[in-house]
Design a protein around this ligand. Structure first.
Ligand SMILES: [Mg+2]
Length: 271
């Protein structure tokens, strides 16, 4: 089962949680931080259907009704500790403070966008299982450093192995869930990830074709930036292929070509 959380409104109720903070409802900020902590499904008992219109980081799923496991972690929509532990909101008067400070906090966020194969893990070609996964030297250390220094970290990866029938979408999701858990255990956060299973010459017809998410096109990067309300000018894309840099340029993001070796050493001056 995916990690699940219960988000309850503070004293002001759901109406208060949906009040604007910056240019987004306050609850949008809360849900983004919940997702950042590895939660994939959120129960919002009693919340209005309007919450479904909030900009949500995928793969966060919302349930406004239904059973919640008794041991689900509980978050309160008026009280939130930021990942770096320096920002806490409570209402009232915290909502006023949130209105004042969160937009600036958002503008200051930096995003590290990583290609997967050849950057996070050794590229053995179509890595779809843990057995074939080997961390790139320094990858975990690099992400730990990025997390500690306030970067949000994302993976954007072409996965034509799915189109070729070498592994399934479920295999890939399981592998990435495992990798995310390994990173969390090491003090590094992978905030979110995107993959593109399409390929123009796919063996499986449902994945055949060009797709705006397939690098060198910028769709995955643009989607991450939009979902997480990030500024392209404060993002950095690291990839080992020319197509990674082409996608970065098309998204307005600075790109760096990783030539292999130790990722932490390569990024030491950047993070
Ligand atoms: Mg690569």
């Amino acid at each position: 089962m995916s990690p699940i959380a219960l988000v309850a409104p503070g004293p002001g109720g759901w109406a208060r949680a949906l009040e604007p903070c910056g240019n987004r409802p306050f609850l949008a900020w809360v849900l983004r931080e919940v997702a950042r902590h590895g939660v994939e499904e959120v129960c919002l008992p009693g919340a209005p259907e309007a919450v479904r219109a909030l900009p949500l980081p995928r793969p966060l799923r919302l349930r406004t009704a239904g059973e919640v496991p008794p041991d689900a972690p509980r978050w309160q929509a008026d009280r939130l500790a930021a990942p770096d532990g320096t920002f806490e909101i409570a209402t009232p008067p915290g909502l006023a403070r949130a209105r004042r400070e969160l937009p600036a906090l958002a503008l200051g966020r930096r995003a590290l966008l990583l290609d997967r194969d050849g950057v996070l893990n050794i590229d053995r070609g179509y890595v779809g299982s843990r057995e074939r996964w080997e961390w790139m030297p320094g990858a975990i250390a690099a992400l730990r450093r990025a997390t500690a220094r306030g970067w949000q970290v994302f993976v954007v990866t072409n996965q034509s192995g799915i189109a070729r029938g070498l592994y399934t979408e479920a295999d890939l999701r399981a592998l990435m869930a495992w990798a995310g858990g390994e990173l969390r255990a090491a003090g590094a956060l992978l905030d979110d990830w995107r993959f593109c299973p399409y390929h123009p010459e796919a063996a499986l017809p449902q994945w055949r074709g060009d797709h705006p998410w397939r690098k060198p096109r910028p769709g995955m990067l643009l989607d991450v930036l939009a979902c997480w309300e990030l500024d392209a000018h404060r993002a950095l894309m690291v990839g080992d292929a020319a197509t990674d840099l082409q996608a970065a340029a098309a998204a307005g993001v600075r790109g760096l070509r990783f030539p292999g070796g130790d990722l932490a050493a390569f990024l030491a001056a950047e993070l």
